[in-house]
Design a protein around this ligand. Structure first.
Ligand SMILES: [Zn+2]
Length: 235
């Protein structure tokens, strides 16, 4: 519920900027941002930073199992590994699909086992995601990052534990991302900067204009949404 119905946005926003509330960036390739999950890749990470670890579909090598063993160890031992990923499928880039599938299935079952979300990269392959979701008894919570697909597909995904992370596309008012954000169930929403040069504040501002909700409400929502689907919580 909007707490002060007599104060219409943006007046609310001007006087009550989010102060104690953290606008989490759920997926970024830029290290060193506060309240963000850094996509670690193979980089050497400073201890104590929230990260996601995984094998990107572009980088699945024929001997990916060796890299996966290390990821399994890292993810099990380091409580700062908040998510597995980004993992997924891509028909435009990367090795052949069977290899991508094998690496994705292994990473998805690791995320499910650790009870942390999987950050999904999915390009021209939503059929493969559907195949996975329909054939798996215990899928992890999946965050489709950089969501900018048709709302019809989004609606289909609502029967599965799939969540939507919105990024720079929200700044284009007619994008699929902007359209779906207005219709998307509130408990499925996350925000991210990914590899863009934008600050996460710009994404929250755009979302706040689309939803006509103060940023602080969105910030609280993202934290609550995360904590509802992950054993490794944020605040
Ligand atoms: Zn990314």
């Amino acid at each position: 519920m909007y707490p002060f119905p007599f104060l219409r946005y943006p007046v609310f926003c001007l006087f009550f900027r989010p102060s104690g509330m953290h606008c989490w960036d759920i997926h970024t390739h830029h290290e060193g941002q506060l309240y963000s999950i850094f996509q670690a890749g193979g980089a050497k990470i400073e201890a104590g930073i929230p990260i996601s670890v995984g094998i990107h579909p572009w980088e699945v090598a024929p001997n990916w199992e060796a890299a996966f063993e290390k990821i399994k160890l890292d993810a099990a031992q380091n409580p700062c590994v908040l998510a597995i990923g980004e993992a997924g499928f891509d028909r435009l880039k990367g090795p052949e699909i069977p290899l991508q599938k094998a690496a994705f299935y292994a990473q998805a079952s690791l995320a499910a086992q650790l009870e942390i979300p999987l950050i999904l990269h999915c390009v021209k392959t939503h059929d493969l995601l559907m195949e996975y979701l329909k054939s798996t008894k215990n899928p992890p919570f999946i965050l489709w990052h950089g969501w900018n697909q048709k709302p019809e597909l989004a609606r289909q995904l609502l029967s599965f534990p799939v969540f939507f992370s919105f990024g720079k596309q929200l700044l284009q008012p007619n994008s699929n991302a902007a359209h779906w954000l207005s219709a998307c169930p509130a408990d499925r929403v996350f925000f991210e900067t990914d590899d863009s040069a934008l600050e996460i504040a710009a994404i929250y501002q755009a979302a706040s204009l689309i939803l006509q909700l103060p940023e602080v409400v969105l910030a609280e929502r993202v934290i609550a949404n995360w904590n509802a689907i992950s054993k490794r919580m944020i605040s």
